[in-house]
Structures are given as structure tokens and as C-alpha cells.
Ligand binder design. Structure first.
Ligand code: 5RP
Length: 232
């Protein structure tokens, strides 16, 4: 689920700092959410000033925003390699770069783009950082698998809640036509092990644990940006 609050100026600083690393000729993954949106807007301004890039949107929302800003786009299905992806996170451990994504239910395409990218920059405000991941993990499931996956999550000592839509009766339906289970496990001491367990469940399209993918974290603060390089 989405993180409540967060400071928009800090998000903007993080997004703009990550966007400043985009260079001429790059193919750039465009993330989803309010922090990644600042990066998309900054790239749009740079394109307006002559920067030659192509963007790979991670969601309907990212595509809409990028088009609004006249960023030339390539669909992820037509992209083999991405130079740099910039995306937000719902929670991140600065020491390892492990994070939870999927607050916007876009984590399946976000992970395809992140994994295809030479470098992944995660942009956050300080409310997203934690020593241990303990937020609920979004899991995108085929509609037919929602009950069996929820039972499997319970067997892993987790609790699955079907994500409900805010402005529609019934559940959130992802850009891929699937459902989302928000699964709380308490503190996640070994994200890599849980990621492997979740990925092995039949009917799971993708889970929101991103492990071993982050290269750089930009944490926007009240006065500037902390840039953290991850050795992976
Ligand atoms: C969408 C995501 C977003 O990146 C995540 O929810 C963070 O969004 P925001 O910057 O609005 O807090 O994973 O699926």
C-alpha cells in the first residue's frame, strides 16, 4: 500500500538529483509514483532543452506523465537493454538497497525494467528508510490464485489482504489485469529468502521485494540530497 505523507520537497530533490545523471543517448526506465514523477518531469524539461533520450515507462501513469512532457518512449516489450532506471520505493534499507515496491501496484513492470537496467537509482524521502523492511509486501496474483496464494502466505506466517480500490467498488486491478495481495510478515530479516519463497508460489505474477537490484539511492532531505552507492 502507498506510504502516507512524506515531504514533497524532499521527494522532488531526490527525483531531480537522479534525473541529473541522465545523459544524451540513454534509454531510461521511468518509474511510478509521486517521487519518480519528479524525475520524469525533470527529464521532460531536459528533453525540452535538447537532451536526446528514450524513456521506458513502468506503468500507465508513468507513460501518461512522460507523454505530457514529450519524452520519446519505447514500450518495455520492445526493449532489450536499459541504461538507467529511476524509480521510487515504499521502504528501503540504505545499507543494502533492498526495498519494498508496489504501493502503486506497478511492481511487476517496475521489476522487469529494473532488472533490465545497467543501473537502478531509487529515489525516496527520509520517511521511506528503515534498518529492517517491515512494511507489507504487495504480491500481484492471477485472479484465480488469490485464495491459494493467501493460504501459502499464511503458511509463511504472513497475513494477506486483498487490495481494495479507493474510487471503484471491488479490488484494485493492475495494469496487467491481475489482483494485489498486501502481505504483512512483520520484520523481514532475510528479504532474499522471502523473495525466493514468494516467487515460487503458483499464480504469483510478481512480488514487491526488490533485492540485489539497487545501485544508487537518492534520499531527498530538508536541505539537499544524500546519495548512497550500493556495492552489489
Ligand atoms: C509503485 C511504486 C512506487 O515507486 C512506490 O509506491 C513509491 O511511490 P511514492 O514515491 O508515491 O511514495 O512502487 O508501484
Amino acid at each position: 500500500m502507498k506510504t502516507e505523507g512524506g515531504n514533497d520537497d524532499a521527494k522532488r530533490r531526490a527525483g531531480e538529483a537522479a534525473a541529473a545523471a541522465v545523459e544524451d543517448g540513454m534509454i531510461v526506465g521511468l518509474g511510478t509514483g509521486s517521487t519518480a514523477a519528479h524525475a520524469i518531469r525533470a527529464i521532460g524539461r531536459a528533453v525540452d532543452s535538447g537532451l536526446d533520450v528514450r524513456g521506458v515507462p513502468t506503468s500507465f501513469a508513468a507513460r501518461e506523465l512522460a507523454r505530457e512532457h514529450a519524452i520519446p518512449l519505447v514500450p518495455v516489450a520492445d526493449t532489450e537493454q536499459i541504461d538507467l532506471a529511476i524509480d521510487g520505493a515504499d521502504q528501503i534499507v540504505p545499507a543494502t538497497g533492498a526495498c519494498i515496491k508496489g504501493g502503486g501496484a506497478a511492481h511487476a513492470r517496475e521489476k522487469i525494467v529494473a532488472a533490465a537496467a545497467d543501473r537502478l537509482s531509487i529515489v525516496v524521502d527520509p520517511s521511506k528508510t528503515a534498518d529492517v523492511l517491515d512494511r507489507s509486501v504487495p504480491i500481484e496474483v492471477l485472479p484465480a490464485a488469490r485464495t491459494t496464494v493467501a493460504a501459502a502466505v499464511a503458511a509463511l506466517d504472513g497475513e494477506a489482504t486483498l487490495r481494495r480500490a479507493a474510487h471503484k467498488d471491488g479490488p484494485v486491478v493492475t495494469d496487467n489485469g491481475n489482483l494485489v495481495l498486501d502481505c504483512s510478515f512483520g520484520p523481514i530479516d532475510d528479504p532474499a529468502a522471502l523473495a525466493t519463497e514468494l516467487a515460487s508460489l503458483p499464480g504469483v505474477l510478481e512480488h514487491g521485494l526488490f533485492v540485489g537490484l539497487t545501485d544508487v539511492i537518492y534520499v531527498g532531505t530538508a536541505t539537499g540530497v544524500d546519495r548512497i552507492e550500493i556495492d552489489r
